[in-house]
Design a protein around this ligand. Structure first.
Ligand SMILES: NC(=O)c1ccc[n+]([C@@H]2O[C@H](COP(=O)([O-])OP(=O)(O)OC[C@H]3O[C@@H](n4cnc5c(N)ncnc54)[C@H](OP(=O)(O)O)[C@@H]3O)[C@@H](O)[C@H]2O)c1
Length: 236
């Protein structure tokens, strides 16, 4: 199935997984809008992606429904359609629950969970028109809980449940919905700086390959919940 000239919007596409997915979609001939909270960072990322006529840099904070509506509007104004939406923007704060601050909790729920909802709300009509694909970037932390992750777990368990229920609501419109649940990926997440020591981890472009595989799957078949792991965590 050709993806050429299809249009994607990736929230949090300025670095990490979102950027890796953008690279792979562009390589398929797609047009890609990427967002982040800071326009300068997003424009730098867009320039790094090359192919200026196929990339749109958007400043949007997914915790603000109005920003997401404006981001989708800008994408539609640029290319007239929207086929793929990846709700990827996310943050993580890790601390024992007796030390987790209200602001850290609120930022995770607002970004990782409410943000995914606002992005879907903003793109719903366009996805119905294109019979498109909506994906969330959840985490293995959306099914495995661990100490210091109560807030992050809550946001990611939430986004997995949200995505699966949305899938049941939207597939009758021909809209596919999936959640991708990776383990460790070599990104800037939680103030990490990717380095050669991360070679054992999943790389952002691997998630990009996975997204391309999902988009190319026969329309009758929907992998709705995908767990992704590093093959060799023992090399850590
Ligand atoms: N790395 C991992 O091991 C891993 C594993 C499983 C799941 N995940 C999930 O994967 C997703 C992407 O994370 P990543 O690992 O690629 O991290 P990353 O390298 O830190 O990238 C996060 C992206 O999200 C953007 N962002 C953060 N808050 C935002 C907001 N409120 N509005 C819009 N954009 C926002 C960031 O841009 P600005 O900061 O410039 O806004 C950046 O582009 C997250 O949902 C994360 O929970 C990561």
């Amino acid at each position: 199935m050709s993806l050429s000239n299809k249009v994607a919007y990736i929230t949090g596409g300025s670095k990490g997984i979102g950027f890796g997915v953008a690279e792979k979609l562009l390589a398929q001939g797609m047009k890609v809008a990427i967002s982040g909270r800071d326009i300068e960072t997003v424009v730098k990322a867009a320039n790094k992606l090359g192919s200026p006529e196929n990339v749109l840099a958007i400043a949007s904070d997914v915790t603000r429904p109005k920003d997401e509506a404006a981001a989708v509007k800008a994408t539609l104004e640029q290319w007239g359609q929207l086929d793929v939406v990846l709700a990827n923007a996310g943050v993580g704060h890790f601390a024992p629950i007796d030390e987790l601050s209200e602001s850290a909790w609120e930022q995770m729920i607002a970004t990782n969970l409410s943000g995914a909802f606002y992005t879907l709300k903003a793109s719903m009509d366009a996805l119905k028109a294109s019979k498109g694909y909506y994906m969330t970037l959840a985490s293995l932390a959306g099914t495995n809980f661990f100490a210091t992750a109560a807030g992050y777990n809550a946001s990611k368990f939430g986004v997995v449940g949200f995505t699966q229920a949305a899938m049941l609501d939207l597939r009758k419109y021909g809209i596919k919905v999936s959640t991708i649940m990776p383990g460790s990926v070599a990104t800037h997440f939680n103030d990490h700086t990717p380095s050669p020591k991360d070679a054992w981890k999943i790389q952002p472009e691997d998630i990009g390959d996975l997204v391309v595989d999902l988009l190319q799957m026969n329309p009758r078949t929907l992998p709705s919940k995908i767990e992704v792991r590093p093959t060799r965590p023992d090399l850590k």
